[in-house]
Design a protein around this ligand. Structure first.
Ligand SMILES: C[S@@+](CC[C@H](N)C(=O)[O-])C[C@H]1O[C@@H](n2cnc3c(N)ncnc32)[C@H](O)[C@@H]1O
Length: 307
């Protein structure tokens, strides 16, 4: 592929998805776009670019962008983000929420569904401790292909062997031939929607917990900053954002601050400009890393029964 064609694709993919492809990703573009070219009756990526240049074609652009997404995911990936929910976040809400027994969770790069279903299983397992609570888990992604798979709740033997504890496999999955089907009750706990993180978050509503994991790594600093700051705006004042192991807010934005005691867990920084939380009591210094002990769960501006 010549430099012009490479640049054309890199620019289009970044505009459409935020995904940044560096100069050494030529092989990746070739390997992922040859099948797209073939599905469109062409042979090479050069021919594909020529077609894209000739007439703007939204469906083709979508196909190209989807092909360049990396959809790797597995059940209970990294484990701790799910332990945070069970051992830290839900116990805190049980204490502080009073009669507001609602939990809204957004899984902002849901891929093939393992992450939102892991969350759903954690909550289902906590049912007895949460009488009268209702949950909404929203799973969104840019790729329609992965969302379609997520909606089926069907996984291969290989997929259920990655990260899913055996007791949960036995309890919540049914084997049919080579595949495993998730329990319809777990399936029903998650709503899936197409959503591009570059678009306005306003229509999504408010969330108590946002899982934004293993997607920021594909974006440049400016895009990360914009997504993190807009996500912070959607977060309840006592809510949390959970990032992936290789992701951070440090050096990008002060709209969120990390909890020292829980690596990967972030809360709104009420002292930061534009958070809408100015004037509320804070338990930590402005802009500082929160170091509350894990057993003492008071968040910035949180008061029992406030919401
Ligand atoms: C590596 S997967 C992460 C899945 C899951 N969060 C996890 O940690 O296992 C990244 C996902 O981000 C999605 N993605 C990439 N760019 C996006 C964008 N601009 N808007 C929404 N989703 C995007 C991809 O389609 C892909 O499914």
């Amino acid at each position: 592929m010549n430099t012009d064609d490479f640049k054309f694709l890199v620019d289009r993919i970044k505009d459409r998805s935020g995904i940044v492809l560096s100069a050494d990703k030529g092989y990746l573009i070739e390997s992922r776009l040859v099948p797209v070219a073939q599905r469109n009756g062409l042979t090479t990526v050069e021919e594909l670019v020529k077609k894209m240049r000739a007439t703007p074609n939204a469906a083709l652009m979508e196909e190209v962008t989807e092909a360049m997404t990396t959809n790797e995911s597995f059940f209970f990936r990294d484990k701790t983000p799910f332990d945070f929910l069970k051992d830290y976040i839900v116990p805190q809400f049980l204490q502080s929420r009073g009669s507001n027994k609602r939990l809204n969770i957004w899984c902002a790069a849901a891929s093939t569904g393992q992450e939102p279903y892991s969350i759903a299983m954690v909550l289902k397992e906590m049912n007895a401790k949460m009488p009268g609570w209702s949950y909404k888990i929203l799973g969104t992604d840019l790729s329609n292909d992965v969302l379609e798979k997520a909606k089926t709740g069907t996984y291969s033997q290989f997929e259920v062997q990655r990260g899913l504890p055996i007791n949960l496999l036995v309890k919540y999955f049914k084997q049919t031939g080579e595949t495993w089907m998730i329990d319809p009750a777990i399936r029903a706990m998650v709503e899936y929607k197409y959503f591009n993180l570059l678009e306005s978050f306003a229509p999504l509503g408010k969330f108590d917990v946002i899982y934004l994991r293993n997607v920021l790594i594909y974006f440049d600093r400016e895009t990360k900053k914009s997504i993190l700051e807009r996500a912070a705006q959607l977060l309840a004042p006592d809510g949390y954002i959970i990032l992936g192991a290789a992701e951070t807010v440090i050096g990008i934005t002060d709209a969120l601050r990390p909890l020292k005691t829980h690596r990967g867990l972030y809360e709104r920084n009420s002292a930061a400009a534009g958070t809408g939380l100015a004037g509320k009591a804070t338990s930590t210094l402005a802009g500082a890393t929160s170091s509350r002990p894990s057993s003492v769960l008071k968040t910035s501006g949180t008061a029992a029964g406030r919401r």
